[in-house]
Design a protein around this ligand. Sequence first.
Ligand SMILES: Nc1ncnc2c1ncn2[C@@H]1O[C@H](COP(=O)(O)OP(=O)(O)O)[C@@H](O)[C@H]1O
Ligand SMILES: [Mg+2]
Length: 145
Amino acid sequence: MYSKIIVPVDGSESAWRALENAKAIGEKFSSELIVVNVVQPYNNAALLAVPLDHSTIAQGNSDLERIGDKVLEMAKERLQGYPYPLEFCLETGHPSERIIALSKKLGADAIILGSRGLSGIAEFFLGSVSSKVSQYAEVPVLIVK
Ligand SMILES: Nc1ncnc2c1ncn2[C@@H]1O[C@H](COP(=O)(O)OP(=O)(O)O)[C@@H](O)[C@H]1O
Ligand SMILES: [Mg+2]
């Protein structure tokens, strides 16, 4: 039980609280933690909507990947001394879809994430990633408030 836990992080305070919870639960269950950040790239639709050239889009995407790498690096620092296996994944695409696909692919048996993220729109109870993951995942989901 809880041998492989997916922990999606976006750099928000809420995600760091989720990581703290995952760390504490993982220590009790000897769990492998898989920390994932999903980069949402600009695509050709942006090119249709705004007259940007391909190199501008490519630059934007590589900046987003650098931010994603940095978020994973910060997670690694916060997990220093964690006694069980750790994995860090940078995924590309639609966040909730990628998180659920990764949890299936790796045979994870739980997902622990924050209730709010970087957009942090105050009037919503849950963010779109947390609500979609809780709705569509096939494994237990812990949403840390
Ligand atoms: N791009 C992402 N990659 C990985 N995890 C994410 C990403 N976006 C959100 N999350 C996870 O989902 C939680 C809730 O964020 P989200 O639903 O996006 O709320 P908000 O709408 O406030 O941004 C975050 O705390 C984080 O754990
Ligand atoms: Mg968000």
